[in-house]
Design a protein around this ligand. Sequence first.
Ligand SMILES: Nc1ncnc2c1ncn2[C@@H]1O[C@H](COP(=O)(O)OP(=O)(O)O)[C@@H](O)[C@H]1O
Ligand SMILES: [Mg+2]
Length: 295
Amino acid sequence: MFFGISYHENVNNWATRTLIEAMRARGHKVIPFRLPDVAAQIPNRFIHLDNEDVSDMDGVIVRTIGYGTGDQITFRISLLEHFEDAGIYVMNPAYSFRRAKDKYATLTALHKAGIRVPRTFIGENLEAAVAFVQEVGDVIIKPMIGARGMGAMRPEHPELAYRAMKFLHQLGQVLYVQEVVKKPDRDIRVFVIGDRVVGAMYRYLPPNVAGEWRTNVHGGGRAELAHIDGEYEECAIEVARTLKLDYTGVDIIESGDGPCVIEANASPSWSALSRVTGLDIAGMIVDYLVERCKR
Ligand SMILES: Nc1ncnc2c1ncn2[C@@H]1O[C@H](COP(=O)(O)OP(=O)(O)O)[C@@H](O)[C@H]1O
Ligand SMILES: [Mg+2]
């Protein structure tokens, strides 16, 4: 088969490279591209930068759509949807990818499906955000679209929350403010492909980082193989099904009331997970893509 894979700054990104290798090892042709380097035509044709016609791709794995202006991001999302209209299988599907990148849209969909999520404020109005903080107390302020724990903060006092939110508001950022869920010093990352959990790991707070509350491996969190119970497995599968994600890394908190989902990653990495499980996760993702393309 003939596949595309979208990267942005760095084609040598570990996950991107591993997927390309898994495709080649299975005898597939693959072209890595940045979405800005693909031009679309109507009637349907897709031309890559160096004038290669890539209209006959069977599928595309979206690792990232990159950064850009409102116009550029809209174009790249429309391009993915255009691939789909033209019969090219997009993984994760364009709408699912877009929704999972947006923590607001993600929580809305999960809540509707009856999945427990933290109490959250989302808006552009500073006064309303301040009122939410007064009501909830201990909060986390996160970028609505973000990853790796970057840019999130946990102000120790409502006055600090106010200063931070005022600053973000002045920068034109949407305010995404969430209650701190009481939990142990770890979270769970569950990796789902299709409707199957392929592996799970605990992520413990980084040792020796005073005051750290994020467990992201990127920030020094320690990964450990987890044998999770059925309730957590079912929760992760339900998240993937609800968000229509073909593969995803679901972040779950062990709250006093059971699993509480904070996000589902639409282009998760799996280096820590393959280390603790010993599984060939890239190969499993590619095999699933092949299966989807044949349907
Ligand atoms: N509501 C919350 N309560 C407690 N801890 C949280 C909460 N939200 C996030 N965290 C911690 O911060 C980390 C990063 O948050 P997350 O929403 O997954 O954003 P990112 O996309 O940056 O990974 C989580 O893995 C978890 O350890
Ligand atoms: Mg996360």
